[in-house]
Design a protein around this ligand. Sequence first.
Ligand code: FES
Ligand code: FE2
Length: 336
Amino acid sequence: VLDRFRGRWPESLPIRPLDPGVWSGQKPTFREARPAIIDAAAGRAATRPSGNWFVLAASAAVRPDRPYGARVAGAEIVAWRDSDGTLLAGPGGCPHLGAPLAEGRVDSGRLLCRWHGLTLDRSGGFGWRPLPSFDDGVLVWVRLDAVGGEAALPAPVLPARPDPETSIAAVATMPGTCEPVDIVANRLDPWHGAWFHPYSFARLRVVHAPPRREVSEADDRFVVDVTFRLSKRMGVPVRAEFRCPEPRTVVMRIIEGEGRGSVVETHATPLGAGADGRARTAVTEAVIATSERPGFARAGRAAGVLRPLMRWGAARLWRDDLAYAERRYALRNGLV
Ligand code: FES
Ligand SMILES: [Fe+2]
């Protein structure tokens, strides 16, 4: 039935019919996907300043009624909210006898240790001091100067985002056995999209990659024409751009098509070594979707055509990209 309509499909409809095609019939991309281009882009990202800021969690995960525990580069971190909602974060071990503060209780904005009732607040206590922390409304960050080793910045380097009034955000996190650079390098290989994730992407074409030498800031991006699959025979074509604003963040921004201005931010946070001695990294993916369609944000959830974008964090896409990053890490370290 769709085939009959394909020739006269209304241009204004964001959903387009899609030739289901055959996976093996796609144009191979391995010649274009030069390892040197990907590595150089990841290398340039690594040299940008982060100001020693690390993504800790989704903003919504740090609550006023209980502490949130995490690990960043081997350091235990605890975070909670003061009675006025202010984010507080600091070392995760109690300054008395080292109890895990993440298992404590929050009472009127103060964190109480479960072992002997030591109380911590924004002014610290017993030698414990809060760390610089930042809540950008979608994610919370912590600044670890000893881990980052760069010049500290007063706030994290944030990508431009759509207006929160007219957008909706969803955050998902998953740990993997790799380093942040492996996560970044995976996202800076746009050529794998339709081959490796055929259930999500179709008709992918890389229309711009950074040149091999003398890369200007404006050129340091990948631009991709791709169709987000809704089903086997339907999809939403968009043009998307990938950039790294700082060493552990890759931002995909829809620059043309439905959902223009929406971003998918991928943040990699080193967790430290696992019991096997191999590196662990948390991937935090924030999808911030916007639409020029009236009532989009009020509808409270991404309806219709933005569904595939909101499902970016869907388990399968995640698992596959993490497997790619883990494989890259294993290859780099002679573990295969
Ligand atoms: S260990 Fe926390 S109060 Fe004693
Ligand atoms: Fe991918």
